[in-house]
Design a protein around this ligand. Structure first.
Ligand SMILES: [Mn+2]
Length: 471
């Protein structure tokens, strides 16, 4: 039985429509260029590790995949908008390699699988490209796979990237099904991790548990390196060392991991107490982050400003910190907000676009923004229906990050240091769900619970159940 989503059985990845969408954006951006352009993208090819006969891990080029739906190394795609013709070029059959790798997909079977008008072998590509009568043969980049056509290609065209990114920004129903499937796999993996704490005596075990369940469900590649941390390490945003012992003094677990399905990502973070019992401080911070997420979630709809959502989450953090006594209540929320002191407790953005890339294209972040509240915000535009975003507020107690704040009289005056000292051991909390913006609001793809009581129950139920049955 194939492991893919039932809803897509017998359907093709809509590459042709994607090519048309890209062209529509190119026309809107630069009509004269669009009218005289043909699009050409090379996929990734297998590459050997230096001084070895083993391949580097293969990751398909996302722009190529968007126009082809093809994961075969060494392929190319050409779209001629003037006659709406999409041609996929597959690598020539290397008969020497068939002994090792088996026969590749035949052109006939490729025709059944891929949404292209024509499927050919690469052997005709050079002649075909030379015969195309066009002013611009636009491509993303000239690389090892297409260097021999360099004289006729125009690489790095800004309008082409704009058109591709705007097209990729809005997900169609086929892409949404792929992403829902990736999310479903991640739900099962996160549940398995939460359910397996008795065997998790090292962060590596958390990583292994997630990967085992992902691969078992057919997701051989993760959207990104899983982040599996415990205790104070939960304050390192992209912690991928995942090899510390889980000693009894560590109370908190944070796992940020997402399975990939057919080049489409999921990106989910869950936190839980290692033995199922929340400590007072851990639960307080967890509840704070949950409230930040809920406040932002309620605002998700077309036209909403992502910056507004992000800053709303900051205000919730400040309000909750005042209730907990971490921030002094003698100051107004507005004053603390304006001081930007919350930026070192919630240093990253509320979330990012999600698609084929984990941090997907089209968000136009401004990492040079002098405002510390906005510098790491990866979406600097209003929401549109069809975007998929992550809603992932966090709250961290990182000595390195807070060092300058604690030495700065202008900001430290808002902080009760004695109260703050009670929270360092948690490291941090992040809660992350994958959200489709719909015409009327949003749909949450992420199904694994984030309710603290339910999480506690799952962890406590632990290994008594046969967790292999859940996938
Ligand atoms: Mn994320």
């Amino acid at each position: 039985m194939s492991l893919g989503p039932e809803s897509l059985k017998g359907k093709k990845y809509p590459a042709k429509q994607h090519a048309r969408n890209v062209y529509a954006h190119l026309k809107e951006k630069n009509l004269s260029k669009a009218q005289t352009s043909v699009l050409f993208i090379s996929g990734e090819d297998n590459e050997l590790i230096l001084y070895s006969d083993q391949n580097k891990p293969f990751r398909q080029n996302r722009y190529f995949f968007y126009l082809s739906g093809c994961g075969i190394p060494g392929s190319h795609i050409v779209y001629q908008p003037q006659n709406d013709h999409l041609t996929l070029y597959l690598p020539n059959i290397d008969w020497e390699d068939v002994m090792w790798s088996g026969l590749p997909l035949s052109l006939e079977n490729a025709k059944l699988k891929f949404d292209a008008d024509e499927i050919k072998y690469v052997e005709t590509l050079q002649a075909d490209l030379e015969s195309i009568n066009t002013v611009h043969l636009l491509t993303t980049d000239i690389n090892k796979s297409n260097i021999k056509f360099a004289s006729i290609l125009k690489e790095g065209d800004k309008d082409l990237f704009y058109a591709m990114d705007e097209a990729r920004l809005i997900k169609d129903s086929y892409e949404i099904e792929l992403m829902k499937h990736a999310s479903k796999i991640s739900d099962n993996c996160h549940l398995a991790v939460m359910s397996a704490t008795p065997i998790e005596t090292n962060e590596t075990h958390i990583h292994a548990e997630f990967m085992y369940h992902a691969i078992r469900q057919g997701s051989k590649y993760q959207s990104y390196d899983p982040i599996c941390c415990t205790g104070p390490s939960c304050s390192t945003l992209h912690y991928i060392k995942n090899d510390d012992e889980i000693t009894p003094d560590k109370k908190s677990v944070l796992i940020d991991a997402g399975a990939e399905w057919e080049c489409y990502a999921s990106d989910v973070t869950r936190c839980f107490p290692i033995n199922g019992d929340w400590t007072k401080e851990h639960l307080e911070i967890y509840t704070t982050v949950l409230k930040m997420q809920a406040a932002a979630m309620a605002l998700i709809k077309p036209g909403a400003s992502w910056e507004h959502l992000h800053l709303t989450a900051h205000k919730v953090l400040i309000e909750e910190f005042q209730k907990l006594g971490i921030f002094k209540s003698e100051y107004s929320l507005e004053e603390i907000f304006e001081s930007k002191v919350s930026a070192r407790f919630f240093p990253h953005g509320l979330g990012h676009l999600l698609g084929m890339d984990t941090h997907d294209v089209g968000g136009y972040p401004n990492y040079a923004d002098p405002d510390p509240l906005l510098a790491y915000l990866r979406i600097r535009r209003d929401l549109k229906a069809g975007m998929v975003v992550t809603n992932e507020p966090g709250c961290y107690f990182n000595p390195f990050l807070l060092e300058d704040t604690l030495k700065d009289p202008k900001r430290v005056k808002y902080i009760n240091k004695d109260v703050l000292d009670k929270y360092w051991y948690i490291g941090g909390v992040r809660i992350e769900d994958d959200i489709l913006v719909t015409e009327t609001g949003y749909e949450n793809f992420t199904g694994i619970t984030s309710d603290p009581e339910e999480v506690s129950k799952i962890v406590k139920a632990g290994f008594k159940k046969n967790f292999h049955n859940i996938v």
